[in-house]
Design a protein. Structure first.
Length: 586
């Protein structure tokens, strides 16, 4: 499983950075350094505009905040904004951390739970004699505890995307230090859990004062007596509110991964289907035959929490929850299945709005093996939502060999999947994969096809859900495609073409032009034999298809990586074959 990205908040000129970097590189943890916001460099108007409410601090806290504390809070808010936009949990560390040796492994275990709506403090043990409200077992030696009284410090914590978004919404203005503000559970409404034992400790605790500690001393009341009175008032108000919250707190539901793949299937199934599923997923219809009559196992990787919560266990089906897009989510699912993947020959990766059944899926895998294909897709019914006309079912044909297999319904050999899987990471749309995987050395020449004897229906408009999700994340499919093309030195988009057609009676037509005329003739006949077709529109698409077949360039040469996938190099660990980790400013 892929650990979340780690954001390290640190001043640009801090001498602590190199020590922090070395720790995370040694732990093989993906990380980015975030330049902390220097409160001393902000003007009064900038501080007010950023959300600091000086008029409220004496009411909700016991003193004014120091410039260091203001800068610290704004730095955390900036990281929350990134996490909310990216839509997945992340770890936030301050640069005085010391991680435990099993840090990455324990974070991976925590991520088996749904942490989207919670914050998990990794460094702060609860106050002594503080009884836990809830406990979630992470492993034999560790767990997550929920306490009414939250520990201090923000040296390290894991926060879900929804929790980050909620904190940003509730804390548009702030008047307390960040670690103190987190204790006010009844105000921000984000459940806070604590890792036990702690996975992070504060390296410099008690040894030296930080710049924030020093700035805090400057704003404290001058006399000890005034400090005492203000602290008594603050503690009384806090304790009263805490008691009121304890009388009405509600348990949280931490959904855990369910339905592990049965281990006794290893000898019986060599085909696998993985689907990224939401509430409207059609995958239950793919299981119309009993497991004994299906040639495949199914992994349902839910991107929607409610859909996952309603999952019903079935034989030969495994389910887990992983928020995000299709392809980055598939990467996580494949990483979780690493130990099991080698027993499968082929893996089908359809969208969740594909209408089909067990018999058609069985036939898909049979054709992959019979024709020794590396990558292929079913053809689409005439009433499907589609992008390219060529992928609609062509009557009378078994298959057409092609230079392009859509990301909507690809089926890949295991060798090709292993080669291309690295490009799933960090890609929500998968744009660019559709013609790259047809030309990789692991695919081989002439082993990509459209399967006309297997027909499925695409039931929803292309890309609607994806477009909305990517817009929220500030990511463009074209940017993802350009990033992938840069790896292979590709500069032009590829037009889908077919260059061989095999009919159901075994007759084979070869050549781009002859295949084009064959498709045009077979498509054309359906204009008068199938009811409900828009003949004028379909005829224009047939003409367009034939023109492309006759004029567009067909390049079946193998492609090889010539560079690093831009955009991933800054977020990966050393030793991964990518570029060194870079520092990013907010």
């Amino acid at each position: 499983m892929v650990s979340p990205l780690i954001y390290v908040i640190s001043m640009p000129d801090s001498q602590r950075r190199e020590r922090c970097r070395q720790q995370l590189v040694d732990a093989k943890a993906r990380h980015i350094f975030i330049d902390a916001i220097d409160g001393f460099a902000l003007s009064s108007s900038e501080i007010t505009a950023a959300g600091y409410d000086a008029s409220d601090d004496l009411q909700s806290f016991k003193r004014k905040l120091s410039l260091g504390e203001i800068g610290c809070y704004l730095s955390h808010k900036a990281v929350w904004s990134r996490i909310a936009c990216e839509g997945r949990p992340a770890v936030v560390l301050e640069d005085d951390f010391e991680i435990q040796p099993d840090f990455v492994a324990e974070i991976d275990k925590i991520l088996k739970y749904d942490v989207d709506n919670v914050l998990v403090k990794l460094n702060a043990p609860a106050a002594k004699r503080c009884k836990s409200l809830e406990f979630f077992d992470v492993s034999r030696s560790s767990g997550l505890k929920r306490h009414a009284k939250v520990g201090s410090r923000t040296t390290g914590y894991l926060i879900g995307a929804a929790a980050a978004e909620k904190m940003l919404t509730i804390r548009k203005t702030f008047s307390r230090p960040i670690d103190i503000d987190m204790k006010f559970l009844w105000e921000h409404g984000v459940p806070i859990l604590e890792a036990e034992p702690p996975l992070v400790r504060e390296r410099f605790a008690g040894a030296t004062q930080s710049s924030i500690d020093l700035s805090r001393e400057a704003v404290k009341p001058r006399t000890l007596f005034r400090r005492f009175l203000k602290n008594i008032r603050y503690q009384a108000d806090y304790s009263r509110s805490l008691l009121a919250w304890r009388s009405r707190w509600e348990p949280i539901r931490m959904v855990h991964e369910v339905a592990p793949l049965p281990r006794n299937l290893a000898a019986a199934r060599t085909h696998l289907v993985i689907v990224r599923a939401g509430q409207r997923s059609l995958h239950p219809g793919w299981l119309n035959l009993p497991y004994a009559e299906r040639s495949f196992d199914l992994v349902v990787s839910y991107y929607d929490k409610e859909a996952f919560a309603s999952h019903v266990e079935q034989e030969g089906v495994r389910a887990h929850l992983n928020l995000g897009g299709k392809w980055d989510g598939l990467y996580v699912a494949l990483e979780m299945l690493t130990a099991d993947l080698d027993r499968y020959d082929y893996v089908w990766l359809p969208d969740d709005d594909i209408e089909t059944n067990s018999g058609s899926i069985n036939a898909l895998f049979d054709l992959m093996k019979t024709h020794d294909l590396s990558v292929a897709q079913p053809s689409l019914t005439r009433n499907s939502y589609y992008t390219h006309f060529i992928f609609l079912n062509c009557p009378g044909l078994q298959l057409r060999r092609t230079n392009y297999v859509e990301i909507m319904v690809p089926c890949l050999s295991m060798a090709l999947l292993k080669a291309v899987k690295q490009h799933f990471r960090g890609s929500m749309s998968g744009f660019g994969l559709d013609y790259i995987w047809c030309r990789l050395p692991e695919a081989g020449v002439g082993r990509a096809a459209i399967l006309d004897t297997v027909v499925v229906r695409h039931t929803r408009p292309v890309g609607n859900v994806l477009a909305a999700s990517m817009q929220r994340s500030g990511v463009s499919p074209k940017d993802e495609e350009a990033r992938l093309n840069s790896v292979y030195g590709l500069t032009e988009r590829i037009t889908p073409l077919a260059y061989t057609a095999l009919s159901v009676d075994g007759t084979e037509v070869r050549g781009r032009a002859r295949t084009g005329f064959t498709m045009a003739w077979r498509y054309g006949r359906t204009l008068w034999t199938e009811p409900g077709t828009d003949r004028t529109y379909d005829l224009s698409r047939i003409v367009q298809l034939l023109r492309r077949q006759l004029t567009r360039k067909l390049n079946l040469s193998l492609i090889f990586a010539t560079g690093t996938e831009k955009g991933l190099a800054t977020e990966t660990t050393a030793g991964s074959g990518l570029q060194p980790i870079s520092d990013h400013k907010i």
